[in-house]
Write a protein that binds this ligand. Sequence first.
Ligand code: GLN
Length: 523
Amino acid sequence: MTEQNPTGISAETLIRLSAAQLAEKLAAGEVTAVQATQAYLDRIAAVDGQVNAFLHVNAEEALAVAAEVDAIRAAGGAEAEALHYLAGVPIAVKDLIVTIGQPTTAGSKILEGWHSPYDATVVERLRAAKMPILGKTNLDEFAMGSSTEHSAYGPTRNPWDLDRIPGGSGGGSAAAVAAFEAPLALGTDTGGSIRQPGAVTGTVGVKPTYGSVSRYGAIAMASSLDQIGPVTRTVLDSALLHQVIGGHDPRDSTSLPEPLADLVAAAKTGNVEGLRIGIIKELHGEGYQAGVENRFNDALELLKEAGAEIVEVSCPNFQYALGAYYLIMPSEASSNLAKFDGVRYGLRVLPEDGPMTIERVMGATRAAGFGDEVKRRIILGTYALSAGYYDAYYGSAQKVRTLVQRDFEAAFAQADVLISPTAPTTAFPLGEKLDDPLAMYLNDVATIPANLAGVPGLSLPGGLADEDGLPVGIQLLAPAREDARLYRVGAVLESLLEAKWGGPLLAQAPALGAVSLETQEAK
Ligand code: GLN
């Protein structure tokens, strides 16, 4: 194979490259953006019938963008020079983020067939970088859930074991990346929906500092908690994608004014010497699966050997974080979701009999259009905000939120970065927690504090649990605006772990990772 031979790389190899590796090959002319995009579209066609990661595939437009990049590169000159590093690298987008030219459903029947008249800011930035958008990924309805089973369009399946959940709410984005159906994806994280799916699928997921990535065009679940972020296979890829989507946006009033730090440089720093890494006492041990705890301890050992100082910190108010979250989040959601009234967007259901008033149309539409989990949270939120209960529930939860923030401040006085398992267990079987909302909510016990405080969090694969051979996630947390530290520590830990495994964890995925495109097509 010569370096210039554009057909020398098989589709099989192409889809397993990281985004950074693919970008290098595109820039070197070893492959074209059309070849890469087509390879991913073929992979989607071959395996997504089993995974159900995508709600909509956008082949024509993705290929057109790829062809445009190839043409610019072939012509050379200033325009080719000015191409973004990730130009031509395809990406999938969680279907909570609005896009012109593709439907946006939020995983709900109430938005079936709805098309946004505008692009989210992050989507505009992907388009400016000329990254082909492969399609929209599945999620729990309006991002409410931890398993993607609350999607109105059927569950997504975990590529490691198709009978297990891929995490949620962003199970579609995580499964797409883990099943090599996309090199990159966008997710949203209100209480863990990027990090927890990352943990259970063996992928990397980042919730940026609140305000560092624009929320304009992300359908709001709980506005004071929501953040858009990267879903990738490597830490460096997350830094690259974060750099594309982040930075100030005047259309989001909570957007931070300052420019982003150089996150890519941080991911390439290559050392953690002298860095203080704090184990959060309350976020491991009791209630965490033994195999999760074992992989967590392995990670600590490696960081220690690499020269980091491991300290223990205590965040006593974290025990109340889950309870506070499940008052604040439904309260904000009950208000945000009031706009789905059968008049302005999507579905409209007329009452079968009786007077045709606007209230009755609204009632019939919401009864038919929303699923059980969404209704549960709207009722909970409306109750928590009602006169007479507001102080006892919503008001108390906001006070707990302040206490959680203070715990973080105290912890970050003792440590530069904090560490914990991302989720208490590995991926559980589909259906196991569907009828038990409290058991489902517990999956986010380790991820929710970061949303309450607005601090950034990164989850990376920590290995496989001894009991079930399924991926375990390691979570890193940093002070607000210090996302760069996550990339620095994350990239070092990733390289130490991969040296131990002899390659990326996903290479060991049994269900789909090992199945070749050729085999799938031959079936
Ligand atoms: N699983 C959590 C919930 O159900 C978090 C969801 C999210 O981050 N969007 O609310």
